[in-house]
Design a protein around this ligand. Structure first.
Ligand code: UDX
Ligand code: UDX
Ligand code: ADP
Length: 465
């Protein structure tokens, strides 16, 4: 079966870039991305490519090439479902904030609504592709809904987890390490798997397209993210030992990363991992383990999250204790709010927690991030519900000039590893700060010697004092 018409439900960080790349690489397939969020679709359709709702290096050029040719963004969800032979579900699956599994299980409300909508609208057989990160066995739940509420059409459900990382999404999509497709092992299931494999084969070598059963595919996604997060928590645990003993975590990372059994990637000590996936997926894994009574397995993975929370907490504690045990009324400048560089995404960003801790200590915070907009920053704080919006807005200001952000500050906290921070005139920044002028480098971004020569008191995560 040759696919000619694809629909993707959900025009977010995953759906948008993934469909843009599929459309670019498969000019003969019509790709329609739909979303119930009208503002988001309008932004995807904006003439001015700077206004796309997702910032990713290289994405604007791809959208410019494919949009209007075979890539369309629309709010007409029913129409797009009806026309497509293959439907990707790429809606958000946040951690539940209510009821059973609160704070741990994934909230499948949006997925279920999608499945019901697809069942209601579909008049021909369709292949449904799970793209969102989902707990193991979601595919069978989707299938149940489709088979029991539909119009007697046949559905095949595939799991095709997304491995793209934000900030490098376009690169990751254009040359993925692997594409994973899980499906039923009966003849119809295998046919559906091949239909999706054919789409990817337009640009991905066959030996990188893995076919598995649905459950292996679903669990592989959670496992990959759990392993990656575990590496970050492991090196962060070492960073605290390094600070106490005088070892340098960057030297340790390099030394262990050269062991080919360990490998060099994901060993950068930081102020703590963020992003929409790591915490959610591990909590999910913990929830699944607990639901099968596997308490030791659950505890093992939960420790990765606890370590991450500790890393954020000790970073803000260190700021307070270094500034003579009080930051009340002191200006602290934040460089960076996004959860990593080259993205405007702030979900679970360490900066949010650190700001919240320092605001509890009555600090006055000024934030600069090259890509995150003011309203996003306030929305992130509001979501915590720690204090009123008015208090947040009084205590925390957002600036669009980094030099102004640091003016009169007692301390600077580097929370995202944006490249441009390295190119600033640090002497000029130093001259306009309160003295002693402190820099707390949560990303190990700057050069200790240079900063100390200028006169800063410089703290770098994972290096002995
Ligand atoms: C280890 C280190 O690898 C080596 O660098 C260090 O110098 C000494 O300790 P060793 O204990 O000789 O070497 O063997 P290793 O191959 O690391 O295996 C250790 C244990 O882990 C074995 O029981 C092995 O069966 C087990 N293992 C290893 C697994 O169960 N699964 C794996 O994937 C790898
Ligand atoms: C992750 C997975 O990498 C990706 O495969 C999956 O599809 C989605 O989740 P993402 O969250 O976009 O991608 O970014 P990633 O590069 O994995 O970084 C996650 C967090 O870990 C960031 O906050 C980053 O700063 C932090 N990190 C990463 C470190 O602190 N140190 C490292 O060495 C690597
Ligand atoms: P992700 O990082 O997984 O892509 P996002 O939150 O960025 O998550 O994107 C998910 C998108 O899915 C949002 O834009 C949201 O409006 C959309 N969405 C959620 N439920 C539905 C639905 N039933 N129909 C269409 N779009 C939906």
């Amino acid at each position: 079966m040759k696919i000619k018409n694809i629909c993707c439900i959900g025009a977010g960080y995953v759906g948008g870039p993934t469909m843009a790349v599929i459309a670019k690489q498969c000019p003969n397939i019509k790709v329609t991305v739909v979303d119930i969020n009208e503002a988001r679709i309008a932004a995807w359709n904006d003439e001015n490519l700077d206004n796309l709702p997702v910032f990713e290096p290289g994405l604007d050029a791809i959208v410019a090439e494919a949009r209007g040719r075979n890539l369309f963004f629309s709010t007409e969800v029913d129409k797009a479902i009806d026309e497509a032979e293959m439907i990707f579900i790429s809606v958000n699956t946040p951690t539940k904030t209510y009821g059973k599994g609160k704070g741990m299980a994934a909230d499948l409300k949006y997925i279920e609504l999608c499945a019901r909508q697809i069942a209601r609208v579909s008049k021909q057989d369709k292949i449904i592709v799970e793209k969102s990160t989902l707990p193991v066995r979601t595919a069978s739940a989707i299938k149940d809904i489709l088979d029991n509420t539909g119009n007697d059409v046949a559905f095949q459900i595939l799991s095709n987890p997304e491995f793209l990382a934000e900030g490098t999404a376009v690169e990751d999509l254009l040359s993925p390490d692997r594409v994973l497709i899980g499906g039923d092992t009966n003849p119809e299931g295998l046919k559906a798997i091949e239909a999706l494999a054919d789409v990817y084969a337009n640009w991905v070598p066959q030996d990188r397209i893995l076919r598995t059963n649905v459950w292996s595919s679903e669990l592989s996604k959670l496992t990959a993210n759990a392993f990656l997060a575990q590496r970050v928590s492991s090196i962060n645990a070492m960073s605290e030992i390094c600070e106490k003993t005088g070892a340098d975590v960057n030297e340790v990372s390099k030394a262990i990363g050269m062991d080919s059994r360990i490998g060099a990637k994901f060993l950068k000590s930081s102020v703590g991992f963020g992003g929409s996936c790591f915490q959610k997926d591990i909590l999910n894994l913990v929830y699944i383990a607990k639901s099968y009574g596997l308490n030791e397995v659950a505890d093992y993975w939960e420790q990765v999250i606890l370590m991450n929370e500790h890393q954020k907490q000790r970073f803000s504690d260190n700021i307070v204790s270094t500034l003579y045990n009080t930051v009340s009324g002191k200006k602290i400048a934040f460089l960076g709010w996004a959860f990593k560089k080259d993205t405007n995404d702030t979900r679970e960003s360490a900066a949010i927690k650190i700001a919240d801790n320092l605001l509890n200590e009555q600090a006055e915070i000024t934030v600069f991030d090259p890509k995150v907009v003011e309203e996003r920053i306030y929305a992130d704080l509001e979501y915590l519900n720690t204090r009123s919006n008015e208090e947040n807005r009084n205590l925390l200001k957002v600036e669009n000039d980094p030099y102004k952000t640091c003016e009169n500050a007692h301390a600077i906290a580097i929370l995202t590893e944006w490249d441009e921070f390295k190119t600033y005139d640090w002497k000029q920044i130093f001259n306009k700060m309160q003295k002693p002028a402190f820099v707390f480098d949560g990303r190990g971004l700057l050069d200790k010697e240079t900063l100390e020569d200028i006169g800063f008191v410089y703290y770098k995560i994972g290096t002995g004092q």
